[in-house]
Ligand binder design. Structure first.
Ligand code: AMP
Length: 542
């Protein structure tokens, strides 16, 4: 033998042991479901996770079993994550915003054996209980509660359960390819599909997102993951916070703008992460309350495209730098993040702003390409648009319960997005393949049109869809929700596009509506909008 380095499995249990040992007194703050604030630290999360893992073993749960959570971002949820994955079980985060039928489908499909739930979701649990075929243990995330005990005979209480666990429990030494968590796609069409992450894929993702050129995390940060732990594992933040020893501020059910502004100011949050709809509410609340969001140096926006006007508002009004990021449930989820390179440090303001609008470039561990309809790779010239494909250490291969791989013959995952990539790897999402507007054979990016429409101060939210057209097949129209108290007109909004897009890309109509339907992770349900408004132009012609 020439020599050897230690070989240790990459395990989630090591993450929480590291945080508990080297960042013991770093605070974890949580908004409880009842509204009060709980303060604990990494030492307690580590000790509780060990104890809970042994308690789950006492309940009869075994390695490989799926243990579901229906919960907000809070300290109990954090302890469950590490207890379940550290013990070799699979933590299955469920999205409470799904329709009950989808929720039932997912629980049964995953064959969950136990479910932890917050009080908020009692009605969902009691309503669905008789359809949940595989769940043996219902575990309420709190102390003993007579009302809950009466409504759910046999229910177990988290705080009692953990007391029965052992302080001497040691984590099993697992193979690093052991599955650790399971997350289903939000299923805008068809039934959701499960992405099953492993200890190894999660650990490599955690290293990568913590790097300066990705989300740039450290023990100096106070991080507010607004993105729920049930939305692609809160983009990996709970793991990365344990790795880097960051302070965490968990918002619980308080996801409205006022609650978030309050938490940011009180807890001196330096970095917050969430989808565009959250930021829209937060900006409105900060404006109303006069908060300067003084400590918030950076925010991460992902899940849907961040409108240029939103990024500008954070930069100009609050001195907050937006890191625009792209990813999918299938990519654990981070695929790209927008950080500049050394050669961009001295860019003129306009060029810098423009560079920061896109979704950024992949960290090491993710490779990207764009291809045409025949699967032929297209140039990375920043102009050519193609179907975005990726591969890497934390990208799905085979969905949960499926026999066959979901990859292309040459091993790439087709994202369903259309994008450009430039020579430096900066990727810009142009659209979802199914949402791009095809006018007379030419493609129009709905993302671009939406970004322009929402820059009108009277527009709170906007979707661009292709409406049927007898000559052009499809023409773009805007479906807009008016901002509170504003009365924008169709002509005013159409006029916004005049010098920003080619003439043939200017929408043919603006339709106002009360609300745009969103899916469980805050994305606009454009298929519903096409069903409702797809005939707008045809009707206007008759
Ligand atoms: P999900 O798996 O529910 O997180 O959805 C993944 C999809 O969200 C991607 O395939 C994109 O279409 C979309 N998405 C995520 N991040 C962004 C972003 N920053 N800009 C535009 N679309 C995004």
């Amino acid at each position: 033998m020439l020599g050897a380095m230690m070989k240790q499995n990459l395990l989630i249990s090591d993450l929480i042991e590291h945080a508990g040992k080297y960042h013991a007194d770093t605070a974890i703050i949580s908004r409880e479901t009842a509204g009060d604030l709980n303060t604990t630290n990494w030492a307690d999360v580590a000790a509780s996770a060990r104890k809970l893992s042994s308690a789950l073993e006492n309940l009869g749960l075994e390695q490989g079993d799926r243990v579901a959570t229906l919960a907000w971002n809070n300290h109990r949820h954090l302890k469950i994550w590490f207890a379940v994955s550290g013990g070799g079980m699979v933590c299955h985060t469920l999205n409470p915003r799904l329709f009950p039928e989808q929720f039932i489908f997912i629980c049964n499909d995953a064959a969950d054996k136990a479910i932890f739930f917050d009080k908020t979701f009692m009605p969902l649990i009691t309503g669905a209980r008789e359809h949940l075929r595989t769940i043996k243990h219902f575990i309420y995330m709190g102390g003993h509660d007579a009302e809950v005990a009466a409504a759910l005979p046999g229910v177990v209480f988290f705080d009692d359960l953990i007391l029965g666990g052992s302080d001497d429990y040691t984590w099993p030494d697992l193979d690093e390819d052991t599955p650790c968590s399971l997350c289903y796609t939000s299923g805008t069409t068809g039934n959701p599909k499960g992405a099953l992450y492993t200890n190894r894929s999660t650990m490599l993702h955690t290293f990568a997102i913590s790097l300066p050129d990705c989300l740039n995390l450290s023990s100096q940060e106070t991080i507010l993951p607004v993105v729920p732990m049930f939305h692609a594992n809160a983009w990996g933040i709970p793991y990365a916070a344990a790795m880097t020893g960051a302070k965490l501020v968990m918002p619980g059910p308080g996801l409205d703008g006022d609650s978030l502004v309050g938490l940011i100011d009180e807890q001196q949050v330096t970095l917050a992460l969430g989808v565009p709809t959250i930021w829209m509410m937060l900006l409105a609340s900060a404006e109303k309350s006069g908060s300067k969001l003084e400590t918030l140096r950076r925010n991460v926006i992902g899940g849907s495209a961040a409108a240029p006007s939103m990024i500008a508002a954070f930069r100009e009004k609050y001195g907050c730098e937006t890191i625009h990021a792209w990813g999918m449930t299938e990519t654990s989820p981070v695929g790209t993040a927008n950080q500049i390179k050394g050669k961009h440090l001295h860019l003129e303001d306009d060029a810098m702003v423009n560079l920061r609008l896109g979704q950024g470039r992949p960290p090491f561990g993710i490779d990207l390409r764009i291809v045409d309809e025949t699967g032929k790779p297209l140039p990375h010239d920043g102009k050519t648009e193609g179907a975005l494909q990726c591969r890497g250490h934390w990208v799905v291969d085979t969905y949960f319960g499926n026999e066959s791989s979901s990859l292309t013959k040459d091993g790439w995952f087709d994202t369903g997005d259309v994008s450009t990539i430039d020579a430096d790897g900066y990727m810009v999402i142009r659209d979802r393949t199914k949402d791009i507007i095809k006018s007379g054979g030419e493609w129009i990016s709905s993302v671009d049109l939406e970004g322009i429409a929402v820059s009108h101060p009277g527009v709170a939210m906007a979707a661009a869809i292709g409406a049927k057209h007898p000559k052009w097949d499809e023409r773009p129209i805007i479906i807009a929700v008016k901002a509170d108290g504003a009365e924008p007109t169709e002509d005013e909004i159409i006029a916004m596009f005049a010098d920003k897009v080619a003439k043939w890309q200017i929408p043919d109509a603006v339709v106002f509506t009360d609300a745009i339907p969103l899916n469980g992770t805050g994305k606009m349900l454009k298929n519903k909008l096409r069903e409702k408004f797809g005939d707008t132009l045809v009707k206007r012609m008759t």
